[in-house]
Design a protein around this ligand. Sequence first.
Ligand code: ATP
Ligand code: MG
Length: 230
Amino acid sequence: MIPSPGERAAQTPEDSVAPDLGADPGRTYRLGIMGGTFDPIHNGHLVTAQQASDDLNLDLVLFMPAGSPAFKQDRDVSGPEDRFAMTLLATADNPLFMASRLEIDREGITYTVDTLEELRKRCPENVELYFITGADAIIDIISWHRAERIAEIATLVGATRPGYDLAWAKAAIEGSGIPFDVRYLEVPALAISSSYLRDRTHSGQSIRYLTKDSVIGYIQKRGLYRGARA
Ligand code: ATP
Ligand code: MG
């Protein structure tokens, strides 16, 4: 059973994985995982996850803010608790979405393969894993830590993202020799990024309609993205 938004706000690290997913042994469940820095989460992330749920019949999408992102060592990333709080706020009203603490509660650099291994261990066999990424991230996938193992554990979902060429990503993945199972998705184009929201906030411009009002309120309350740029 998928918990109600009220129950979800009180989630603990243990039950934030996917409570009861897989409970009926007579059917297969599909668990989506949307990884990211989410600094901050925005409507591009939300639209992509919704589209993946609709097209692939996912039972739940876990939004997984990265603890110490492997690819973002070059700038100051907001603290994990702030990024998790914004993720929780943005996902709380959608019964298909859930924020997960799995990566932020892990020490050290975040590797996707470790997250997928952990989910594979915790979920029953009748739960299939779908790892959702935008076109930019999927291009990098072949160079990710233990990419062969990722291909064994999860189906990849590559979503279009304005400014990134999915055809090139397809060719690179096919040429990699790693047997990835990839589903490609057309999502309504939202040419926005967390960097864009940070820049606008920094220069005092509105980010209204680019992310949820609850996230905007949180950014204001905590004074995020106002200081000197890294
Ligand atoms: P930043 O500008 O800080 O890199 P971002 O907007 O790319 O932020 P991330 O947290 O890096 O956000 O991305 C998480 C995932 O969401 C990645 O797989 C990324 O490709 C995807 N994504 C981000 N923005 C969009 C968008 N507008 N449309 C589709 N996918 C997106
Ligand atoms: Mg990015």
